[in-house]
Design a protein around this ligand. Structure first.
Ligand code: FUC
Length: 775
């Protein structure tokens, strides 16, 4: 499936920004520049989940430990799934969805005893997506550089030293499913090739390059005290050693082939061969340019850190922040950008979308199967995609939805009887198998993402060819499934407010009603944009009128159910009835202030502390309520340093690990990505027919600047502020849509000119001659 039409055209000026970013990145990488977005630590990682650092190129991810005695690089491929594959012909009912699988590890035995190592530093520079380990051992300065290249499709690890012949050691490749591991006759390449019971074939190849010294087959003796294949490669007295890894499966995103494609051998071989010929330096240059073309679009400055803070490792800064209540807006900005880093690293066009752990997974039985969870989690993964200027990273999710329509339609008909369209269950694998509870408005939630990709990007061909047909078929489901009461009201018949176990399915649950409303609104606007399908559009608009609407309950709360069951003591992590506030737009401060106030009452009752993702959602809610300080309080509560990895559903354990990965617990990436969306909502909103500048700026960020955030209608925004007041703004219009900009009580209306930038001062007066700067 080629979605190239859905990729937005990148205006020249973004390219220029990217080039500047490349130059600044190169400058910054030399020192400890405060502009650098870097996570760093004084010790190697001991634990995968809480300490190791992630790199990824979309389909492949790796977690790096930075060991000096034994280095471990654990890796994944997004399509390696156990469980069944769903097909339509013949259609067989099945709910064995298996789980996302771990792939393998690279172990490098270097033998540099930790107690003799000095000047150790392990860092992940997220401006460049490069992981680096440096240290001294017995008078030699060692350096490991690792990155995951999207264009080359490989992971590269380079070991260098400041003295010749410094490297002697061994490399092993392991596999999590007992594949055969072979070593090529020239000892340069290790290869694992296996098959999972469900028919998925997979392969990894690891090429070992060296300068100086020699390579030979490692003897079966294993100093690692961990199970590895009998053969590895040993290197002796090398000046440098580089490892090039690629992996793949025969997964194909096509149910008509039962999700199976070609054996990955040829593609993996080609990627590794090509990368070996290119060499590490050229691969690194290409990787940094590719990564920065996405990452460099947004810069965020929330305040300069003191030299004392800068001298501290990320773990120490988090400890100060969590335990000593130290203000650290620079760390907060880093956490925002870390979400963008993660999304770029695990969600690139051409492969599966980010699952519960993105792509990083060290277990064959990950929590909740590492699945695509439809009642909040996979959607939250994609909340920042458009607003944080990563529209391309949204494409894997859109392709995934597209790939499942037909299989989901079959199952929907089995379950609901004579209905058109489709919806889905809560737990989902990559190949159409679903399990656990039905989530009737789940497909409407997916449809919101298809709409948002258009709303921000304004690619009318994408809307016509990809998004609209899907929106329409999901509307068909609701046309057939909604129940009309004698008084004319339309209600969803069998709803469940996730995951409130106490109640049986019932009519008119707020979560369902709001999602159907959102679907209808998006479909109406889509038909208007296309100028087509008037009759259907009007029919949907009439149905939307009749939908049961959100209502206010006896204690001022937004009612979660039609029957008043809301308990002010209920601290449930799901806050599904506030969908209409965020990410929906049925409720807003500007248009429905009373309902917005009811959301505030509900949120106060629910409380702040919960699982990681729940805290992230609440940042977005408070931002939409225009309460920057409360949103910031939630951000602080999410940036809570924790270590526990056992599953907890309640209010303890939610936060982040020292590697900044979000803790549900355990690790779940939705909280990282949902938080990044939250920052966007604090700084810029565009859901209510206008662009609001700094709608929820907290007192904790009195001075700052942001560049590159996106607004619906095809806009990019740059702002500076000082003493908690806007000082300047540049609105860049890509598509020439009219726009209304607001800041506090001021408003400004734009012309309709594509590819134009409008420079505004703090009073929203245009600055400069002629006011419009065409590109
Ligand atoms: C939902 C949540 C859980 C968890 C799971 C993956 O079911 O209720 O907290 O995040 O998804």
């Amino acid at each position: 499936m080629n979605r190239s039409t859905s990729l937005r055209r990148v205006p020249v000026w973004i390219g220029v920004v990217a080039l500047i970013a490349v130059a600044v990145g190169a400058e910054m990488s030399r020192g400890n520049d405060i502009r650098t977005n870097t996570l760093w630590y004084e010790r190697p990682a001991n634990r995968w989940m809480t300490e190791a650092l992630p790199i990824g190129n979309g389909p492949m991810g790796a977690m790096l430990f930075g060991g000096t005695d034994i280095e471990r690089i654990q890796f994944n491929e997004i399509s390696l799934w156990s469980g069944r594959r769903m097909a339509t012909e013949p259609y067989v009912e099945n709910d064995d969805m298996g789980g996302h699988q771990a792939f393998g590890d690279i172990f490098i035995h270097l033998g540099h005893a930790p107690d003799k190592v000095s000047h150790y530093r392990r860092e992940l520079n997220i401006d460049r997506a490069v992981h680096r380990v440096t240290y001294e051992y017995e008078g030699v300065r060692y350096q490991q550089t690792a990155f995951a290249s999207h264009p080359a499709g490989v992971i590269v690890i380079e070991l260098t030293a400041n003295k010749p012949a410094a490297y002697s050691g061994r490399v092993w490749l392991t596999d999590m499913h007992e594949a055969q591991i072979s070593t090529s006759s020239d000892n340069h390449r290790l290869r694992s090739e296996g098959k999972i019971g469900n028919g998925f074939e997979y392969e990894a190849q690891l090429h070992v390059l060296h300068h100086g010294g020699k390579l030979k087959r490692a003897v079966p003796e294993n100093p690692l005290r961990i199970p590895v294949s009998p053969f590895g490669v040993s290197f002796e007295k090398c000046d440098s050693v580089s490892l090039i890894l690629s992996a793949g499966t025969n997964f194909k995103q096509d149910h008509t082939t039962e999700w199976l494609g070609e054996h990955p051998h040829a593609a993996v071989t080609k990627r590794v061969d090509t990368a070996v010929k290119r060499g590490v330096e050229s691969l690194l240059d290409e990787h940094v340019a590719d990564f920065q073309a996405l990452f460099g679009r947004v810069s965020l400055d929330l305040g300069r850190p003191s030299p004392e803070l800068l001298a501290k490792s990320t773990r120490e800064r988090l400890t100060d922040y969590t335990q000593n209540n130290v203000a650290d807006p620079h760390l907060e900005a880093l956490f925002c950008q870390f979400g963008r880093y993660l999304l770029i690293s695990c969600s690139r066009p051409g492969s599966l979308p980010a699952n519960l752990q993105g792509v990083w997974n060290h277990s064959n039985r990950p929590a909740w199967a590492g699945d695509y969870h439809s009642n909040i989690n996979v959607e939250m993964n994609y909340w920042p995609a458009e607003a944080a200027n990563l529209a391309e990273c949204h494409v894997p999710f859109i392709d995934y939805v597209d790939s499942l329509r037909e299989v989901y339609a079959k199952k929907t008909q089995k379950h609901y009887g004579e209905v058109r369209g489709w919806t889905l269950q809560t737990m989902n694998n990559a190949c159409g198998v679903q399990s656990w509870k039905w989530n009737p408005p789940g497909s409407a939630w997916y449809a919101q993402h298809l709409w948002e990709h258009y709303a921000f990007g304004r690619d009318i061909d994408y809307l016509r060819e990809t998004a609209y047909p899907i929106l329409k078929e999901i509307c068909h489901f609701w046309e057939d499934h909604l129940k009309r009461r004698p008084d004319g009201t339309l209600v969803t018949p069998d709803g469940w407010s996730p995951e409130q176990y106490k109640y049986e399915p019932e009519e008119g649950v707020t979560y369902d009603q709001e999602l159907v409303y959102d679907l209808f609104t998006n479909t109406i606007e889509a038909a208007d944009a296309l100028g087509e399908d008037e009759e259907f559009r009007d029919h949907i608009a009439a149905m939307r009128e009749d939908l049961l609407k959100p209502a206010i309950g006896s204690w001022g709360q937004l009612k979660e159910w039609e029957i008043e069951r809301d308990d002010p003591e209920d601290k449930h992590r799901h806050v599904s009835h506030l969908f209409a506030l965020y990410p929906g737009r049925q409720i807003s401060m500007a248009q429905t202030p009373e309902l917005a106030e009811a959301c505030r009452v509900s949120l106060n009752a629910r409380g702040d502390e919960s699982t990681g993702w729940s805290r992230a959602w609440k940042i977005n809610f408070w931002a939409r309520l225009g309460d920057g300080d409360r949103a910031h309080r939630l951000l602080r509560s999410l940036l809570n340093l924790v270590t526990g990895t056992k599953t907890i559903y309640g209010d303890s354990g939610g936060g982040v690990y020292s590697n900044l990965l979000c803790s549900h617990p355990p690790f779940q990436i939705d909280g990282n990505l949902g938080a990044t969306a939250g920052y966007c909502e604090m700084l810029l909103q565009s859901h209510a027919g206008q662009i609001q500048l700094l709608p929820a700026l907290p007192a904790a960020w009195p001075t700052g600047s942001v560049k590159g955030l996106c607004a619906r209608g095809g806009f990019e925004v740059e702002m500076t502020w000082k003493d908690s007041r806007l000082t300047s703004a540049v609105i860049h219009s890509k598509s020439g849509q009219p726009c209304r900009v607001t800041y506090k009580d001021k408003t400004w209306e734009s012309d309709t000119k594509a590819d134009a930038s409008y420079h505004l001062d703090q009073n929203l007066n245009r600055q400069g001659d002629g006011n419009v700067t065409p590109e």
